[in-house]
Design a protein around this ligand. Structure first.
Ligand code: FRU
Length: 465
């Protein structure tokens, strides 16, 4: 379909979100290149404007002064070079000497009869320099596919940069020849010459066949490795989505460039739509995490009906990461309080008049107790027997049930948009993120509980026009 027709079609969709980053038309997946540069926040993303089911990705681009209101910018990079014809794949940004340096994966699929895992694919690390984050001034392959070490399949990608004591480190996600996940690490003094230092961490057979989108940073003097494993085995309440995203905390030996985890792999989110998280540090020193509010290979279990309306996927609300008792908690950015208006505050036994389609709900429980909360058309959040269950009916389009053990619940903060729900439990101890497609006018908020406490409701302002 012609882009103009697609734009018209998209505009008419009532499931367009009101306060989330989403593609103007077509497909969006991973967040890329997040940075605050000269006071402006930039977010880039995997983007295929002409096709809501995906294809060779560009880097779409939005900017913001406040992390709440985003401005659509022209496409930053397109798959038009010999080293990236099948996608300007994911990557990251870092500032050096007043310029922005980007690193991304140039994806190449050679024509022929290949499996594109063990053969037929090339993935190059490309270095891009920009004076302003808007124009590409310089671009060069710094690690060609043929430079990669042996023992790996053709899948080595998604460079993420880290600066420590004036020195640069790059991590890449990989799939080994044994179909296990692995993180490669390189270092550089100048961002141009890169030296391979082996693997930062290696997975075993139960931890997925490929580790995508690594992110490696220090928070409160601990190392955090974020990764998105494909094919990790589901356990009773864990890893129930086709691919999951999570993190490990540990110590790093910077001489040897090895990370020793001190925790197990922890899933970030317990909903249906959360993948490829990507962080940056802003000038207040906050570690902020963007994430794709979607996940690959969900069919046939569930789907997104917006495909028929010319677009698919969005970004989850940016979250601040903080350590609480050794666990990463995810909190919605303070800035999102700006969107609140028309406040209604009630005791928990006085909630029958609450209703809404685009809103924030803050529930403070005086004591942890079972509850049943119904939202929109047929979404239910049920807490009973120390299990939190998120359940959808028809409006989940195949999304049915996710269950999470939670010892006690004293607070819930819920962001509802036209077609998404993000639930923060206990000030960000757990999160559940999901797309949902209710019919218009389905605005039920029904809470049943024996607990005492208060609920505050706010309509949220529209930031996307
Ligand atoms: C993760 C991912 C990345 C890749 C990008 C391509 O969702 O598969 O590994 O760079 O998407 O769009």
């Amino acid at each position: 379909m012609h882009l103009k027709d697609l734009q018209e079609k998209v505009k008419q969709d009532p499931w367009r979100l009101n306060y989330h980053v989403m593609p103007e038309t077509g497909w969006l997946n991973d967040p890329n290149g997040a940075i605050q540069f000269n006071g402006t926040y930039h977010i880039y993303y995997q983007y295929v404007p002409e096709d809501p089911t995906g294809g060779a990705t560009h880097w779409g681009h939005m900017t913001s002064k406040d992390m709440v209101n985003f401005k659509q910018e022209p496409i930053f990079m397109s798959p038009e070079n010999i080293y990236d014809p099948d996608g300007v794949y994911s990557g990251s940004a870092i500032e050096k000497d007043g310029e922005v340096h980007f690193f991304y994966t140039g994806n190449v699929k050679k024509p022929g009869d290949y499996d594109y895992i063990f053969s037929g694919r090339e993935q190059h690390v490309v270095h891009v320099v920009s004076k302003d984050g808007f124009e590409v001034d310089y671009r060069e392959v710094v690690i060609a596919h043929t430079d990669f070490p042996t023992g790996f399949t053709d899948h080595i990608r998604d460079p993420k940069l880290l600066e420590k004591d004036g020195h640069y480190y790059m991590v890449l996600g990989a799939r080994t020849e044994k179909n296990t996940g692995s993180i490669l690490v390189y270092d550089s003094a100048d961002l141009e010459d890169w030296t391979y230092h082996g693997t930062l961490l290696e997975g075993d057979e139960e931890q997925g066949y490929m580790w995508e989108c690594p992110d490696f940073f220090e928070l409160e003097e601990q190392s955090v490795l974020v990764l998105s494993p494909q094919g990790i085995l589901a356990e009773k309440y864990k890893h129930n989505n086709p691919h999951v995203a999570g993190y490990l905390v540990g110590d790093t030996d910077w001489e040897e460039m090895k990370m020793t985890p001190t925790t197990e792999f922890q899933e970030f989110d317990r909903g249906f739509d959360f993948y490829a998280p990507h962080t940056f540090e802003d000038d207040q020193g906050r570690r902020i995490m963007w994430s794709w509010m979607g996940v690959g290979d969900i069919m046939p279990e569930y789907t997104n009906p917006t495909i028929a309306r010319g677009w698919q996927h969005a970004m989850a609300l940016p979250r601040e990461l903080v350590f609480v008792d050794g666990q990463l908690h995810q909190r919605p950015l303070e800035e999102y309080k700006q969107l609140r208006h028309n406040e209604i505050k009630r005791d928990l036994d006085q909630t029958t008049d609450l209703a809404g389609e685009v809103y924030e709900l803050l529930i403070d429980f005086d004591q942890s107790a079972p509850f049943h909360l119904k939202l929109r058309q047929d979404t239910e959040l049920i807490y009973d027997g120390e299990i939190l269950t998120l359940k959808h009916g028809k409006s989940g389009y195949g999304r049915r049930k996710r269950m999470t053990p939670v010892a006690e619940i004293n607070q819930l903060q819920i962001f509802v948009d036209t077609s998404s729900i993000e639930i923060f439990v206990n000030d960000g101890e757990y999160t559940l993120t999901t797309r949902v497609y209710p019919e218009e006018g389905q605005d039920t908020i029904a809470l049943e509980t024996e607990a005492t406490g208060t609920v505050t409701y706010w309509d949220l302002e529209k930031t996307v026009h």
